[in-house]
Design a protein around this ligand. Structure first.
Ligand SMILES: *[C@@H]1O[C@H](CO)[C@@H](O)[C@H](O)[C@H]1NC(C)=O
Ligand SMILES: *[C@@H]1O[C@H](CO)[C@@H](O)[C@H](O)[C@H]1NC(C)=O
Ligand SMILES: *[C@@H]1O[C@H](CO)[C@@H](O)[C@H](O)[C@H]1NC(C)=O
Ligand SMILES: *[C@@H]1O[C@H](CO)[C@@H](O)[C@H](O)[C@H]1NC(C)=O
Ligand SMILES: *[C@@H]1O[C@H](CO)[C@@H](O)[C@H](O)[C@H]1NC(C)=O
Ligand SMILES: *[C@@H]1O[C@H](CO)[C@@H](O)[C@H](O)[C@H]1NC(C)=O
Length: 567
């Protein structure tokens, strides 16, 4: 009886949530493939690719492999880098600089870019609205990784520096053997660890499906990592790995079986972390590459686990998407819901290596043309819907990406399952895709009244009250209100690294919104963030703030210790 009552309550509450109607708007061509897509500022997106014949040219006439996308003009401006940015990972640091690490082995000794595998590329902060004078800084002789890496994860940790997790030191489908770089290092290096790495038994155990390990900073300051079908909590201070329950039913989610994972929104006062994992493949990873095909079904499984003792005892809660997915992006929206977009229904990541079907030149087939929404607060079994989501006619397969912009829509771009640019006419399936789309929520499409954040402090210290000047349309005042502090992440290869949403306590008095900032640097690792105000499911444009003291990493603990129920 009690269960039925709480279920009814939950359904009632969920049903009150507004269904956003989304529309695709196509505008512009990206000039490079946004293999990596990062929201930089209110007006700019950064795109990193490889040097493989892109139409966009550097001022010297060379084809470009990196660019800034201007959301005002819907045009790309080329960016130069010394080293090859292809398949790098990265994050913003505590001082607002975006770091991209590792990349592609040397492809052409006669022309740039140089070998990217030791690469550390520093960008910004970029304060120019058009990106003028915003350049990538590199000093490969002095600033580089300890070991060569391709496909590692970059994660901003509570001291505001970057943890670099795993990878391979050469191009590979399955990551195994002596070329696997199953280790962890930091940028900047931790004292006494300059030029060294920390070997990881967990990553070794996760071979051969352990590239781009899905990783999240927990409110304890520890790091939760998923690779293949196994999971662990990593204690940075003591260098200890503690295994947690496997992803159920043999589902594997790291590259090349790319499923996507997200840390669901953290809410005060306990900030209990729940991790969501959707898609990937349940293929037996002992099957050789010659025995798997582009038509092998991906999984339609989504599972989530709450990382408290009780949550771990309950284990993973399994749900199913209406369609299977591999290679998809997950984008957290300011509402706390998660958009699942791009990818395919069958096959794997990577370049032509698996046994073909009719899809030539691609390791995956059956593009997923319609996104899904994961409604975080709905009861299990009702969370995933395609209601309100349109169907695109552009396949977004391997090397496509999606990211929330400061305007509140989602930039959707890229796709190139080939080792070079392939443009029509071609006999190959899924040519390189330069067309950019935006997935607009109805309140942007209809120019409807939205909450507006008129002003916010540019810096938010931990555990403080701060005041924002806002307006909330009368029509939205009756609905629930949320203040979302977000890192919009570093999107690449189905892992929206560093993506994070912390709901803030708030009170609205007239046009003054008083917020309480996160209690400490474990809840939100210090660095850049976006504030969105959500009223009755309609959200404002984002306002960029610096969380913490804005200094160079590593930063000492900031804020206060809180009572934690989670690991
Ligand atoms: C594309 O974007 C440009 C720049 O914002 C704008 O002027 C133009 O109207 C847009 N085109 C379409 C079809 O929306
Ligand atoms: C870019 O740098 C040039 C040369 O230093 C300077 O003249 C110009 O004002 C700068 N532009 C912006 C937008 O900062
Ligand atoms: C995870 O994969 C391993 C090895 O491939 C397998 O033995 C194990 O049963 C899997 N775990 C689950 C929960 O399916
Ligand atoms: C993979 O190997 C199994 C077992 O030998 C075989 O039955 C199956 O046909 C093979 N599949 C492909 C696509 O080669
Ligand atoms: C390949 O294409 C043919 C003709 O379009 C179609 O009949 C067949 O089902 C396709 N096979 C696969 C494996 O998709
Ligand atoms: C941020 O910190 C990194 C690491 O110490 C440093 O390389 C970079 O120059 C800093 N950025 C700025 C803008 O000072």
């Amino acid at each position: 009886m009690r269960n039925l009552f709480s279920l009814l309550l939950a359904v009632g509450g969920a049903a009150a949530q507004r269904t956003i109607q989304w529309t695709f708007v196509r505008n512009g061509t990206s000039g490079v493939v946004p293999v990596e897509l990062i929201t930089i500022s209110p007006t700019l997106m950064l795109m990193y690719d490889r040097a493989d014949g892109n139409p966009l040219r550097l001022p010297n006439g060379e084809r470009a492999w990196a660019a800034l996308w201007d959301l005002e003009t819907n045009t790309p401006t080329p960016l130069n880098t010394l080293t090859d940015t292809f398949c790098a990972g990265g994050a913003f640091l505590s001082n607002g600089t975006l770091v991209s690490v590792a990349g592609q082995p040397l492809e052409d000794p006669t022309q740039p870019p140089a070998d990217g595998r030791l690469g550390i590329r520093l960008f910004g902060p970029c304060t120019s609205a058009t990106g003028a004078n915003c350049t990538v800084f590199e000093d490969p002789a002095h600033i580089h990784l300890a070991v060569t890496r391709w496909y590692p994860t970059g994660l901003r940790i509570p001291d505001g520096s970057l943890m670099i997790i795993g990878g391979s030191n050469t191009n590979t489908f399955y990551n195994t053997g002596p070329t696997a770089e199953d280790s962890i290092e930091f940028f900047p290096s931790r004292p006494g660890e300059e030029g060294t790495v920390r070997p990881s038994q967990f990553l070794l155990d996760a071979q051969p499906v352990n590239l781009f390990p899905r990783s999240f900073v927990l409110p304890s300051g520890h790091v939760f990592v998923i690779a293949n079908n196994i999971t662990m909590i990593y204690d940075i201070a003591t260098n200890t790995e503690t295994r947690l329950p496997d992803i159920p039913n043999g589902v594997r989610v790291a590259n090349p079986f790319d499923g996507s994972a997200q840390l669901l929104p953290l809410s005060p006062p306990l900030f209990e972390p729940t991790v969501l994992v959707c898609g990937g493949s349940a293929t037996d990873d002992t099957r050789p590459v010659t025995n798997i095909t582009t038509l092998d079904p991906a999984t339609n499984q989504c599972s989530r686990i709450t990382l408290t003792p009780a949550g771990i005892a309950r284990g993973w809660e399994v749900e199913h998407m209406p369609e299977a997915r591999i290679l998809m992006e997950t984008v957290i929206l300011p509402t706390g819901d998660v958009l699942l977009i791009n990818g395919a229904l069958t096959g794997y990541s990577g370049y032509p290596s698996v046994v073909g079907s009719n899809a030539t030149g691609s390791n995956s087939d059956n593009p997923a043309l319609r996104g899904m929404l994961y409604r975080t607060e709905f009861p299990a079994g009702q969370r995933i819907t395609q209601a309100g989501l349109p169907t695109s006619d552009i396949p977004r397969m391997y090397h496509s990406s999606a990211s929330l912009t400061a305007k509140g829509n989602v930039m959707v771009a890229g796709s190139n399952p080939h080792p070079a640019v392939v443009e029509p006419p071609t006999t190959l399936s899924f040519p390189t895709e330069f067309r950019v789309e935006f997935l607009n929520p109805d309140f942007i499409t209809n120019h409807a009244a939205r909450p507006v954040i008129h002003s916010a402090p540019s810096q938010l210290h931990f555990n403080q009250k701060a005041s924002l000047r806002v307006t909330v349309p009368q029509s939205l005042l009756a609905g629930p209100m949320k203040v979302s502090l977000m890192d919009l992440g570093y999107a690449t290869h189905s892992q929206h690294s560093n993506s994070r949403l912390v709901f803030l306590e708030h009170t609205l008095l007239g046009n003054t919104l008083q917020i309480t900032t996160p209690p400490n640097n474990n809840i939100y690792p210090p660095g850049p963030a976006w504030l969105f105000l959500v009223a009755d499911g309609v959200y404002s444009e984002g306002v960029q703030v610096m969380v913490g003291d804005g200094g160079d990493p590593p930063r000492a603990d900031q804020g206060i210790k809180i009572h934690l129920t989670s690991l």
